[in-house]
Design a protein around this ligand. Structure first.
Ligand SMILES: CC(=O)[C@@H](O)[C@H](O)COP(=O)(O)O
Ligand SMILES: NCC(=O)COP(=O)(O)O
Length: 253
């Protein structure tokens, strides 16, 4: 894994879960998930993220296969598949070998992702699954709360990166607790970098809070953004929305 360089720009990976959620409310196949991904890539997004949950409430296994096929035409873009590796994630990783697998400790019926892995408690379950992904050439990112003391444990498991769960920061943005949250995330990122891990971030990031986060938290290589970005795209269109988010990232460089 190449170490993070200060001049590396943070990549935008668009999570298209919510396009699938809308698509699934009728049997018409619209809005198209692959078309949404293609338009976001054409506008400059550096990757596509999906979280195919076991109940297929939004992204279905068929979507994941179709997106993998689409991304073959975008060699510089990355495919990030999120999920719980003890549920349905590994079958997709073994078959499709995405650039990155993000391990998320969600339960089957969970409303949305709302916490990271508990280390060392989860360590021994994760270790062989991380090793299998790496043997397949798939980068592993662990979805983590911003706990500095957990970062060395994540690295010791063989993870390549952590994804900092950013909902607590997003909830505090624009409030009195914003600076305290940013300090938490900066400390966690510094601990991750010191442990040789790459740093990703995601959950409830949006155009209002993204630049402040990237200015305060060092070394973020990738943000995966879905809910707010797709909501913005309903108003602005995919291309203009992606360009706005890229501008938010650029403003922090
Ligand atoms: C792991 C994470 O924070 C999100 O990527 C998650 O995929 C959101 O899932 P829903 O889109 O089902 O809320
Ligand atoms: N890993 C975070 C992600 O992919 C999207 O999260 P959100 O922007 O939908 O909250």
């Amino acid at each position: 894994m190449a170490p993070y360089s200060a001049d590396a720009r943070c990549a935008l990976s668009v999570n298209v879960n919510k396009v699938a959620l809308l698509r699934n409310t009728r049997h018409l196949g619209i809005p198209s998930v692959t078309r949404a991904a293609e338009l976001c890539l054409q506008a400059g997004a550096q990757g596509i993220t999906v979280h195919p949950r076991p109940d297929e409430r939004h992204i279905r296994a068929s979507d994941v296969h179709e997106l993998a096929a689409l991304l073959k035409a975008w060699p510089h873009a990355e495919f990030n598949i999120e999920g719980n590796p003890t549920h349905n994630l590994m079958e997709l990783v073994r078959t499709l070998r995405p650039h990155q697998a993000t391990f998320v400790p969600d339960g089957v019926d969970q409303f949305t992702s709302d916490h990271g892995w508990s280390l060392p408690q989860d360590a021994e379950r994760l270790r062989p699954l991380i090793a299998e992904c790496r043997a397949l050439g798939v980068r592993v990112s662990l979805f983590m709360d911003p706990l500095p003391q957990a970062m060395a444990l994540a690295a010791a498991l063989g993870a390549d990166r952590v994804e900092l769960y950013t909902e607590p920061y997003a909830a505090a943005h624009g409030q009195t607790g914003q600076a305290e949250q940013l300090a938490r995330y900066a400390q966690a990122a510094q601990a991750a970098l010191a442990a040789g891990l790459g740093v990703n971030a995601g959950h409830d990031l949006n155009r209002a809070n993204l630049t402040d986060f990237l200015r305060a938290v060092p070394g973020v290589q990738e943000v995966s953004i879905g809910h707010a970005l797709i909501a913005d795209a309903l108003e602005l269109g995919y291309a203009a929305t992606v360009r706005d988010y890229l501008a938010c990232i650029q403003a922090a460089q």
